[in-house]
Design a protein around this ligand. Structure first.
Ligand SMILES: Cc1cn([C@H]2C[C@H](O)[C@@H](COP(=O)(O)OP(=O)(O)O[C@H]3O[C@H](C)C(=O)[C@H](O)[C@H]3O)O2)c(=O)[nH]c1=O
Length: 185
């Protein structure tokens, strides 16, 4: 049982899968190819990723891979809570540069489908947050690109002070949207 709804940017989908609770806890099918295809999510995922972020206010992003390794991502939280963000980088899109931000948590069990053409990133809202995500193309460092998470032009309300954000060195050096070359048509 899967429910898929459009987010504020219709191509970014919010996915809810059925949870079975009993006296022991909970069981979920977090991904089921047949059910997801029936719900219109046709992507073939080829790699599962996992990240643990220890500190609240850890920001990972905004990332994307360029062709031929551009990725659709299906993101969920196994432990903790994140503000998950997708930014439209499709030059021909009427919502170019706009974003959607959705809270994903172990508690709400929501997943976010971030299609090719979007940058993706998140900020953790609890300590020791574990993020699991499926991607539709393999990792390629040579095709890995980024966008400045704190670009004022994006207007993302990350819920973390810029000075307190925990970032990789790489994520402090990405270009602003205005300086980003065309990457997705
Ligand atoms: C993404 C990736 C990374 N790596 C290696 C490369 C580095 O040595 C190390 C950490 O990579 P990175 O700092 O890019 O990890 P994150 O900052 O969590 O990046 C991810 O976080 C944001 C939210 C995303 O949406 C992307 O999927 C992904 O870019 O893992 C791999 O070996 N395979 C991979 O698929």
């Amino acid at each position: 049982m899967i429910e898929v709804e459009a987010s504020a940017l219709p191509d970014v989908k919010i996915v809810r899968t059925r949870a079975f609770g009993d006296q022991r806890g909970t069981f979920m099918e977090t991904y089921n190819r047949q059910a997801f295809r029936a719900a219109g999510i046709e992507e073939e995922f080829v790699q599962d990723n996992f990240s643990l972020s220890v500190e609240v206010g850890t920001v990972r992003g905004l990332h994307f891979q360029i062709a031929p390794f551009a990725q659709t991502k299906l993101v969920r939280v196994g432990r903790g809570r994140i503000l998950d963000v997708a930014v439209d980088l499709r030059r021909s899109s009427p919502t170019y540069g706009q974003h959607v931000a959705v809270e994903l948590s172990a508690e709400n069990r929501l997943q976010l489908l971030v299609p090719v053409g979007f940058a993706h990133g998140f900020c953790t809202l609890e300590p020791n947050t574990e993020v699991h995500y499926k991607v539709s193309a393999h990792y390629s460092a040579a095709h890995d690109r980024g966008l400045a998470w704190n670009d004022p032009a994006l207007g993302i309300a990350w819920q973390v002070d810029e000075a307190r954000a925990v970032l990789s060195d790489k994520d402090t050096k990405h270009p602003l949207l205005a300086d980003l070359p065309p990457v997705f048509s």
